[in-house]
Design a protein around this ligand. Structure first.
Ligand code: 13P
Length: 250
């Protein structure tokens, strides 16, 4: 049985007090409804220390939204994997399309980030996904395959076994336009085949999350697909009731 995961990527939203309120609401609703999926929240860096304390003993895991591609030293403005581990993060989102698009995140940088994360006991939630023009040109399979090969194929099997994948088609992020459940299943299955081609049976245990305008009204249908193991949620993760409703959609 693969792990079921619902992760909230808050992106650059909430002040610290809004973030504390949101987490407390999530924890209250979680207690009431006991969703079966593992819950993860990924607030901004400034909130991690505070939210880490609020999450202690709650069963909700903490993630950052990025980490540095170096371990320590003169890298102004960066936050390292070891710092994130020390503050209580268990996960790190890497390679989100917004980072690839706006901050020059390349596969070469991601190779370093994935390795540093694993070496510091952080589980990478490795994001892949095609742009609209790539989908329209029917190139989505080769795009995700490239993204996987360039970053994950260099891992040894022991490290690969720890990876979580998030498939997020760029045209579905924040647009209100979701992939259909059939589109999600088709490409999630393909992603698993690509992983299996390199890592064999281990790929059967890799959680592959869907992300892109996932909300309470469409989560159940998407999560019902055999190769969809949960979601990476943006906008809807900022409303506690929606986030928990999505977590209960399995
Ligand atoms: P939305 O759920 O807001 O479309 O964002 C998805 C996403 O990018 C999660 O990482």
């Amino acid at each position: 049985m693969r792990k079921k995961i619902v992760a909230g990527n808050w992106k650059m939203n909430t002040t610290i007090s809004e973030g504390e309120l949101l987490v407390n609401q999530i924890l209250t609703l979680k207690k009431e409804s006991q969703p079966e999926a593992e819950l993860i929240v990924a607030p901004p860096f400034t909130h991690l220390a505070t939210i880490s304390k609020l999450l202690q003993g709650s069963g909700v895991a903490l993630s950052s939204q990025n980490c540095a591609d170096e371990l320590s030293g003169a890298y102004t403005g960066e936050v390292s994997a070891s710092m994130l581990n020390a503050v209580g993060c268990e996960y790190v989102i890497l390679g989100h399309s917004e980072r690839r698009e706006y901050y020059g995140e390349t596969s070469a940088k991601l190779v370093k980030k994935v390795k540093l994360s694993l070496a510091n006991n952080l589980t990478p939630i490795f994001c892949i996904g095609e742009k609209l023009e790539e989908r329209e040109a029917n190139k989505h399979f080769e795009v995700v395959e490239e993204q996987i090969k360039e970053v994950l194929f260099g891992l040894d099997p022991e490290d690969f076994a720890k990876i979580v994948i998030a498939y997020e088609p760029v045209w579905a992020i924040g647009t209100g336009k979701t992939a259909t459940s059939a589109q999600a299943q088709e490409i999630h299955k393909y992603i698993r085949e690509v992983l299996a081609g390199k890592f064999g049976e281990l790929a059967q245990n890799t959680p592959i999350l869907y992300g892109g305008s996932c909300k309470p009204s469409n989560a159940a249908e998407i999560f019902a697909q055999p190769d969809v193991d949960g979601g990476l949620i943006g906008g809807a993760s900022l409303v506690a009731a929606d986030f928990i409703a999505i977590a209960k959609a399995f």
